[in-house]
Design a protein around this ligand. Structure first.
Ligand code: AMP
Length: 416
């Protein structure tokens, strides 16, 4: 029978790569704790309507990439393709607007999109992200963006580029979309089929097309920056000013649009110079209408999501932490009870301990101790048990010393 493989676009994560994940997760909790963000964990699946209403019916994510299924009661459910809509839903449903302050969340977890798998792009991938629910002070945008860049720097990811744009608001965007549609209609014969379809539904997405010809044509299209209403223009200017206070270099990209419809005003993306085609590390922006549209109070929001697989690619050089492993070997099954009890004491004192239950053949046990990279093997044989001691073999130097059990703790403190 052929072995069953992981589903396409999914992968297993184990040592040594898992050490980079653990490091990353610890760094997120530590860093965002300093800004008073609290972790939130939302379900992996939600009612499909949350995403079609929240993210937007016309987006690629909703139209093509969602894992949607019916449960046994006939409900339409969807594996979350992103987490902002879920965090907003959770805040509304649990009345967090009244219960928690400040309303700042971070999350870490898997997302699911029926994407075309390739290096750095998966169907089950992981994001960490932050969401801030507050008024729309431009300094909040700057603080969130600064934190993203500063966090990456702190991880040692140096070659990052921040791109910034404003995508307007419901006051100014409709008029701009009209102008954009006209420009796209005029060139529709030269656009790819996908882009032609976007003209009616979501013309902003034409700017995202990776085809050379489309990118060349779209470069001549009008940009939102020339059509912002005074409020959006002022807000964007204030965001840039606050970023300069914080010393964050950025590149203005008037064609930066985001894949999810809920964004208003500030939109940003951070890319890495070291990643090739899948170079987007994180993306985010402001969503001033989403909370209200999903049934919550009239409160603004801003956040970003970062692709953890891509961050981990930068962190793989991180050395795995190397606690000194102790291997407990017994020369005869009669001493197994002593071995088990010794291991319990040592673990309670914080040592990583492996007990070998094969007993008898010490030579084989030493070999195994080497295989699991144990620093010391603690041998229990007739003499040791009689004398209330243990022989400790240093696996690197092969030296062996007999130590009374009462002195073992002190000895290990000095030598591990
Ligand atoms: P988005 O939610 O589309 O704005 O994406 C935010 C970040 O998530 C991107 O910058 C990527 O780093 C990461 N990302 C999005 N889709 C995938 C995917 N299919 N596989 C791996 N990472 C992804």
């Amino acid at each position: 029978m052929s072995a069953i493989q992981a589903a396409k676009g999914t992968r297993d994560i184990f040592a040594p790569e898992i050490h980079a994940w653990q490091h990353l997760e610890g760094a997120i909790r530590d860093y965002y704790g300093r800004y008073l963000y609290q972790e939130i964990r939302t379900p992996l699946f939600e009612h499909s309507e949350l995403f079609s209403r929240g993210i937007g019916d016309q987006t690629e994510v909703v139209q093509k990439e969602m894992y949607t299924f019916r449960d046994k009661a006939g409900r339409s459910l969807t594996l979350r393709p992103e987490n902002t809509a879920s965090v907003v839903r959770a805040a509304i449903e649990n009345n967090l607007f009244e219960a928690l302050a400040p309303l700042r969340f971070f999350y870490i977890g898997p997302m699911f999109r029926y994407d075309k798998p390739q290096k750095g792009r998966y169907r089950q991938f992981h994001q960490f992200g932050v969401e801030v629910f507050a008024d729309d002070a431009p300094q909040v945008d700057a603080e969130v963006i600064f934190s993203a860049v500063d966090f990456l720097r702190g991880l040692g990811i140096a070659q990052v580029q921040l791109e910034l744009n404003s995508v307007g608001c419901p006051n100014c965007r409709p008029a701009y979309l009209k102008v954009l549609r006209q420009a796209a209609q005029a060139r529709s014969a030269d656009l790819c089929e996908d882009c032609r379809r976007k003209i009616d539904g979501n013309p902003l997405r034409i700017f995202d097309c990776k085809q050379h010809a489309c990118a060349g044509i779209a470069a001549a299209f009008p940009v939102i920056g020339d059509h912002l209403c005074p409020e959006c223009r002022e807000h964007f200017a204030a965001v840039r000013e606050a970023l300069s206070w914080m010393n964050v270099p950025f590149l203005l990209n008037p064609r930066l649009v985001r894949g999810l419809d809920y964004y208003t005003k500030t939109a940003f993306e951070v890319t890495s110079g070291q990643l090739g085609a899948q170079n987007a590390l994180l993306g985010g922006g402001r969503y001033n209408d989403l909370i209200r549209e999903l049934g919550g109070p009239d409160m603004a929001g801003i956040g970003f999501a970062a692709g953890m697989e891509r961050l981990v690619l930068h962190l793989e050089h991180l050395a795995a932490p190397k606690p000194k492993v102790l291997f407990v070997a017994t020369a005869d099954p009669r001493w197994l009870a002593h071995a088990v009890q010794l291991a319990q004491v040592l673990r309670s004192e914080g040592h990583p301990v492996y007990v070998d239950y094969q007993s008898k053949n010490l030579k084989k046990q030493f070999k195994k101790a080497d295989r699991i990279a144990a620093a010391f093997t603690l041998v229990l044989a007739e003499d040791e048990v009689r004398d209330g001691a243990v022989s400790v073999k240093n696996m690197a130097t092969q030296e062996q010393v007999k130590i009374p059990l009462k002195d073992l703790n002190a000895w290990l403190k000095q030598n591990t």
